[in-house]
Design a protein around this ligand. Structure first.
Ligand SMILES: Nc1ncnc2c1ncn2[C@@H]1O[C@H](COP(=O)(O)OP(=O)(O)O)[C@@H](O)[C@H]1O
Ligand SMILES: [Mg+2]
Length: 274
């Protein structure tokens, strides 16, 4: 299967429209609509359990939507297998660490190119990836399991670039990392974008993720509650309460306009039926 041509810059690379999906015990996504701009960085934020990973699983073919459409560079992909979607150029770096700990960094990275047919192409891609992430080249012979959490994230990023993807999907790359290490992971996300990649990022460090992004999407209860430019979402009076699960700031007055998280983690936005 040939990967589709990129959309024009600024056009949607990925369009998700009215997607309903779940795990059999009921729907988790209740009609999700948003798009990812070609060349941009779209950041999805929202409280735990709002369906972000489920959405990513649906885009990457691990779950089949029962309704709605997903289009990548003009080609409908809903219902295709994970392998077909990978071949079209969509790669997912999952939420949980996914390296083979007993294998070397280089072996892990080369595994990212396991669908490539020629070893010359694997070598060429590896050289390119090591140019983008020179630190990773320095760890080539170490066992992946001997690296720190932040270093492993960089190796996962390098591995996902082996297929020269048209869309890189990152599910909470900063999860479990210390604040000191976060910056290096966000810098690496920036580097991937600068190397020309279109990125869909799910991030629990909502502010940091939105600051990196061109577009922001806030999910809650399997629905998109807000979307706009990264800045619009960051500055929206309701978004702090929504994505940080903090104290609710009433949008109709009385509030102090502050969207910092309150102590009541897990609180819902006003008027949200579940
Ligand atoms: N493999 C699964 N099987 C059944 N239910 C699941 C599975 N994964 C997630 N869920 C449920 O789907 C909902 C959304 O979860 P998830 O997509 O992981 O949210 P998020 O990534 O936003 O934290 C939760 O209620 C969760 O319990
Ligand atoms: Mg998740």
């Amino acid at each position: 299967m040939r990967a589709p041509e990129p959309a024009a810059a600024g056009e949607p690379a990925l369009a998700v429209d009215g997607v309903v999906a779940g795990y059999g015990g009921g729907d988790v996504l209740h009609g999700v609509t948003f798009s990812v701009t070609e060349g941009g960085l779209t950041c999805i934020v929202g409280p735990n359990g709002s369906g972000k990973s489920t959405l990513l699983a649906t885009i990457s073919g691990l779950l089949k939507p029962s309704r709605g459409s997903i289009t990548f560079r003009g080609e409908p992909i809903a219902g295709k297998s994970p392998r077909q979607i990978l071949d079209l150029g969509i790669v997912l770096v999952p939420q949980n660490h996914s390296l083979f700990r007993e294998m070397t960094v280089r072996e892990n990275i080369e595994l990212g190119g396991y669908t490539l047919r020629s070893s010359a192409l694997v070598a060429k891609r590896r050289a390119h990836v090591e140019e983008i992430f020179p630190q990773v080249a320095g760890w080539a012979r170490q066992k992946a399991g001997s690296l720190s959490g932040g270093q492993q994230r960089l190796v996962e990023f390098a591995r996902c670039l082996m297929l020269d993807p048209g869309l890189v999907i990152l599910d909470e790359p900063s999860m479990g990392l210390s604040p000191k290490v976060l910056k290096s992971v966000f810098d690496a996300v920036r580097l991937m974008r600068a190397s020309g990649k279109t990125i869909l990022l799910v991030e629990q460090n909502a502010r940091a993720g939105l600051r990196l992004s061109t577009h922001g999407v806030v999910m809650e209860n399997g629905r998109v509650r807000l979307q706009g430019t990264g800045r619009e979402v960051l500055e929206h009076p309701e978004s702090g309460a929504l994505y940080l699960g903090g104290a609710v700031t009433p949008v109709n007055g009385n509030g102090n306009g502050d969207c910092e998280p309150g102590p009541g983690a897990g609180a819902r936005a006003p008027g949200q039926a579940s």
